[in-house]
Design a protein around this ligand. Sequence first.
Ligand SMILES: NC(=O)c1ccc[n+]([C@@H]2O[C@H](COP(=O)([O-])OP(=O)(O)OC[C@H]3O[C@@H](n4cnc5c(N)ncnc54)[C@H](OP(=O)(O)O)[C@@H]3O)[C@@H](O)[C@H]2O)c1
Length: 272
Amino acid sequence: MAVTSPDVFKLGFVGAGNMAESIARGVVKSGVLPAQAIRTSHHREDRRAVFKSFGVEILESSGQVVSDSDIVILSVKPQVAKKVLLELKPLFSDDKVLVSIAAGIKLTDLQEWSGQRRIIRVMPNTPSAVGVAASVMCMGDMATKKDEERVVSLFGAIGKIWMADEKYFDAVTGLSGSGPAYIYIAIEAMADGGVAAGLPRDLALSLASQTVLGAAAMVSNTGKHPGQLKDAVTSPAGTTIAGIHELEKGGFRGTLISAVTAAAKRCRELSN
Ligand SMILES: NC(=O)c1ccc[n+]([C@@H]2O[C@H](COP(=O)([O-])OP(=O)(O)OC[C@H]3O[C@@H](n4cnc5c(N)ncnc54)[C@H](OP(=O)(O)O)[C@@H]3O)[C@@H](O)[C@H]2O)c1
């Protein structure tokens, strides 16, 4: 039987912050890459220590990270992305891939600032910290099928990833980028409702978060339309339809739709 050797490549992070940490931890934990294949640098000892603690190689500078990596993930805040890429520009070359997770920074800007032509843009979200990210990627013109496969495996290590045209990225930010915060509020509010109905606070919060987790799993695992799942649990003159009636009176659907579109609009304003 033919044994295929694992695809080991050198992965560097420019910007050793929270997102970089989530991705690096997920990649190591899932076995996509050994920790020794990952490198980063940081001006603060506490951040260096975090990455060192799970085996990531710490280099002296972001320049060294770029020079010594096949795939470079740009994980600094969007406000400093231009400055950082302009400084690193001389170190990029066609044998490397630049992967940017910086929110709102377009492929054309990434290419202009870095001089790099093999570029992939990815929009992950914060549940990457617990391995359930929803990420979306789009490919620059010169990125190859192999680059795509590697990025899918990296971001597959922290959740699920979908391919979409770059024109959708503002909407993606409004939905999956900002969405966790909407659901945190929903969970908190449901728990408050439980407390108002007489439950102890810790039980109410546990039930609210597990209910959201369960409902999400029902939608993604059964493939059924959410409306169909909702209809299946609303018996005539029952409890659930009484609750749904209150949600509709409060404009629950319209409010969520407006939240996504307002965040997408704000993302468009910021990236312009
Ligand atoms: N968090 C999210 O939900 C999310 C979702 C999708 C995409 N993103 C994107 O992910 C990127 C990182 O976000 P984050 O939440 O991980 O931010 P973060 O924790 O602040 O990480 C950014 C890191 O970059 C470091 N840094 C600053 N200037 C640098 C420079 N010139 N060279 C090298 N490193 C530098 C920062 O150090 P200091 O702290 O010392 O400045 C910090 O450790 C952002 O572009 C964001 O848009 C985030």
